[in-house]
Design a protein around this ligand. Sequence first.
Ligand code: FES
Length: 149
Amino acid sequence: MERKQFLKSLGASAAFAIAFPCLHACSTDSEDEDGGNVPVPTGVDFTIDLSAPENAKLAEKGGFVLRNLVVVVQNLEGEYVAASQVCSHQGYEEVLFADVDGGIFYCDVHGSRFEQDGTPIYEKVEGVTSKPLKIFKTELNDNMLRVFE
Ligand code: FES
């Protein structure tokens, strides 16, 4: 019996229960089922005005903004760090920052977690990715924060 026939014989709800967990969780680095594959930003060099209202979140520890496919963060130590918003796993631009475990970057598409230096630290499904997240440099001059490579 083929997989499709097998799932059909189980009924719609049972088939969904079996198939749904694998829509994202069973993918590998080389697969792209429904998106992703956004190129990791290169040639990054831009400046953020920390006094501008749209950047107010950067005034607080754990706050972050998204610019040019980069997640710019004031970490829990009060330092500015920046990482690619494009995940190193399958290229979804879903990377965000969370103030847990000392502050981490994460992507909930498949569950990847990264240290602030880009090192993968947690994988919801074993083997999701071992590729580091791209990290950018930051430099603060008065209220102007430069993000660059
Ligand atoms: S794209 Fe798979 S974990 Fe981010």
